[in-house]
Design a protein around this ligand. Structure first.
Ligand SMILES: Nc1ncnc2c1ncn2[C@@H]1O[C@H](COP(=O)(O)OP(=O)(O)O)[C@@H](O)[C@H]1O
Ligand SMILES: [Mg+2]
Length: 400
């Protein structure tokens, strides 16, 4: 697929911009701060309903404006779809597909698929587990948009259960320490309140295990499919002998976590049972701390080069190649799955690569249906790869 046209209004630094795009390679060139990334960020937003740079929508809206508009014409198999998004921070965003309003914004997911690689991706290797969980979950949604619903259900369950744990912590914690509970409301028997809290917790354990097992299963399946692509991509990019691996580290109890780390993918029912067992084992701790301690939200992906973990051990260049390897693996997985190329976005990445890596990356992406590249200095992009070049100056995009 490819983006044929991008139109934005009050998005980031742009009051308005219209950009006509074509298949093949397009390079956006301009000095830093001119608005190159803002453009590809808008395209990434259409595909994922999130930004690769910020966790909230507010910074996406031009400072002083109250909503941003992003319109994107996407061509797949010669059929064109028009996605229109209205980003209204603090209120529900709105989406239209081919001019018809969609019941939920997330119903646009799947119309455009992108894989975006940016300097921020170094955090995939060096950053917190949350970065790697997000990588997996975002890819899950790119692959099959229905996972967006599961993901959002899981987040809601965590919130509710977390709140419940906090209140249970006050009730049950006080009881265990042999003190009179502080938090049972006046006229309420503290023991009855505590028993009620336990019953409610049981129900939420069940919700967490039901939805959590689906998410966990999907991640494990995804990882199993992704790793061969990762190994291939890392080898191609880095020309390095050590093998890149990614092993799922689960917060389940030890036996279950070990099986998963060996690469086993239990069925959803088994995972559900494992989650319930694990929750039972940590119940006391959870109530003590008032925190959800078990489930996919506590898991990590351990990235390694050969025997050594990448985090803390890999050099800057190796970490960079690893992050790039993960994104290219995502690209190849989607291409393979969908029988269609996602749009590849390379934001400001060539400047970070040495000439060998640049040339190898150039060779790898030459056959992609559409590649959007941003660069401050055109010389950083290998000759022959630049394709059509747009110049971006102070929020003005000028065609070649
Ligand atoms: N919400 C916003 N409103 C107005 N300007 C913004 C907003 N967000 C970012 N900018 C401006 O956009 C510019 C950065 O654009 P960016 O696309 O990241 O540049 P680059 O060309 O280096 O990729 C900065 O000058 C920043 O101040
Ligand atoms: Mg930039």
């Amino acid at each position: 697929m490819h983006v044929r046209h991008l139109s934005i209004g009050d998005f980031r630094s742009y009051p308005a911009a219209e950009v006509a795009l074509e298949p093949g390679i397009t390079t956006l060139v301009g000095l830093n701060g001119q608005g190159k990334t803002n453009l590809v960020e808008a395209i990434g937003y259409v595909a994922s309903l999130s930004s690769h740079r910020v966790a909230t929508d507010q910074p996406l809206v031009r400072f002083g404006a109250d909503r941003a508009i992003v319109r994107c014409a996407v061509v797949r198999d010669e059929r064109e779809s028009l996605v229109e998004l209205e980003i209204t921070p603090g209120r529900a965003n709105r989406a239209k597909l081919n001019r018809s309003p969609l019941p939920r914004t997330r119903d646009v997911l799947g119309t455009l698929r992108t894989v975006l690689f940016a300097p921020e991706d170094l955090a995939l290797v060096k950053g917190d587990p949350g970065e790697r969980r997000r990588f997996l979950d975002d890819l899950l949604v790119q692959r099959q948009p229905r996972w967006a619903g599961v993901r959002s259900d899981y987040d809601k369950i965590l919130k509710q259960r977390g709140a419940l744990l906090k209140s249970a912590a006050a009730l049950l914690g006080g009881r265990r320490r042999g003190r009179r509970s502080q938090s049972a409301p006046e006229g309420v028997d503290p023991r009855a309140a505590a028993e009620e809290a336990v019953r409610t917790l049981d129900i939420w354990d069940d919700h967490l295990a039901t939805v959590g097992s689906q998410l966990l299963y999907a991640r494990l399946r995804l990882l199993r499919d992704l790793v061969p692509h990762l190994q291939h991509a890392y080898r191609e990019v880095s020309a390095n002998q050590s093998e890149a691996t990614a092993v799922y580290r689960s917060s389940l109890h030890e036996e279950a976590a070990e099986a998963i780390a060996r690469g086993e993918v239990p069925e959803i029912d088994e995972l559900r049972t494992m989650l319930l067992e694990s929750l039972a084992r940590v119940r006391e701790q959870e109530v003590e701390r008032g925190v959800n301690l078990v489930g996919p939200h506590r898991d990590d992906l351990v990235l390694a080069l050969g025997e050594m973990p990448a985090k803390g051990y890999a050099s800057h260049g190796e970490s960079w190649s690893f992050a790039l390897g993960l994104r290219l693996a995502a690209y190849h997985l989607l291409r393979h799955d969908l029988g269609d190329d996602p749009v590849l976005v390379l934001d400001d990445v060539f400047a970070e690569l040495d000439s060998g890596r640049r040339e190898r990356l150039a060779a790898m992406i030459a056959d992609c249906e559409q590649v959007l590249i941003t660069a401050a200095v055109p010389e950083d992009v290998p000759a022959g790869l630049q394709g059509r070049t747009f110049t971006v100056t102070l929020g003005e995009v000028s065609a070649p």
